[in-house]
Design a protein around this ligand. Structure first.
Ligand code: NAD
Length: 249
């Protein structure tokens, strides 16, 4: 089922989603690139200067949390200034049409929920919630105390967002939900992920081995063995896919 031409591929992918009624989406940093949030691999992005495997690791956070807050603090304090783009909105529409069971996301930016998606499985957590490491007081972004790192105004402990850093385990319920959805889906839409970070990167294989059709949306191919590849930006491809689906229902 290799791509012949793009228009035909949109039509075939749309038909597969309509036929299946058990479609799930797996999203990565690429879907939020058009909202102005750089991916790990973006040219000139923050992560070219700071290796995320070091600066976003739990080991580094324990040694010196100011390093993590230097690279993430600005984003957290501007949390409300980032908006969903047409890619996020198209997935919310697909769910509202009854054709998308859930979004499994590696992103921590909260944009799927802001776009109106109801069932979002955040396997790497969210930057929205921030906790004191000592007394567990919760803060909601962007309302965090000043400072790099910020300290709890209750007990003076260091604050940490509720996200999974390199070296930490994934939240078990979210991972279990993501794996169950992957094992039971008929179509998996794999959007804007480079397939480098496990266990998320294993979910498409899990789905395919159970017979699911894999539709990849990315500006460059990241996965081997996908059935349909839509090689455009997510903010272009997903609205186009939804418009093809609407012609069929
Ligand atoms: P990645 O940075 O490794 O890869 C991004 C992928 O998106 C690439 O394959 C790239 O070709 C593709 N891409 C870039 N722009 C695109 C666009 N407009 N449309 C479609 N595809 C596009 O990201 P990853 O695979 O998600 O893995 C990295 C880890 O980084 C994840 O764990 C994620 O939690 C974290 N992360 C999250 C955010 C966020 O929350 N927005 C941002 C950066 C990194």
């Amino acid at each position: 089922m290799e791509n012949k031409n793009l228009e035909e591929t949109y039509g075939q992918a749309a038909q597969a989603i309509v036929n299946s009624k058990r479609c799930v989406a797996l999203t990565g940093a690429g879907i939020s690139a058009e909202s102005g949030i750089p991916t790990f691999r973006s040219k000139g992005g923050l992560w070219e200067k700071y290796d995320p495997a070091i600066y976003a690791s739990i080991e580094m956070f324990r040694q010196d949390p100011s390093k993590y807050w230097t690279i993430r603090g600005e984003f957290i304090r501007n949390y409300n200034n980032y908006y969903p783009n047409p890619g996020h909105l198209a997935l919310a529409q697909l769910e509202a049409l009854g054709l998308l069971r859930c979004v499994i996301t590696q992103n921590i930016d909260g944009l799927h929920t802001k776009a109106g998606s109801k069932r979002v499985i955040e396997i790497h957590g969210s930057l929205r919630e921030i906790y004191c490491q000592k007394c567990r007081k919760q803060f909601i972004a962007p309302d965090v105390p000043e400072g790099t790192p910020p300290y709890c105004d209750n007990c003076g402990g260091v604050l940490k967002p509720n996200t999974v850093l390199f070296g930490e385990s994934l939240p078990p319920h979210a991972l279990m939900d993501a794996q169950t959805e992957s094992l039971n889906c008929g179509v998996m839409l794999v959007i804007g992920t480079s397939a480098n970070v496990y266990p998320a990167a294993a979910l498409p294989d899990m789905a395919r081995q159970q017979g699911a059709i894999i539709v990849e949306v990315n500006i460059e191919r990241a996965f081997a063995g996908v059935h349909f590849f839509l090689g455009e930006k997510a903010g272009t491809a997903l609205p186009q896919l939804v418009s093809e689906i609407k012609k069929l229902i």
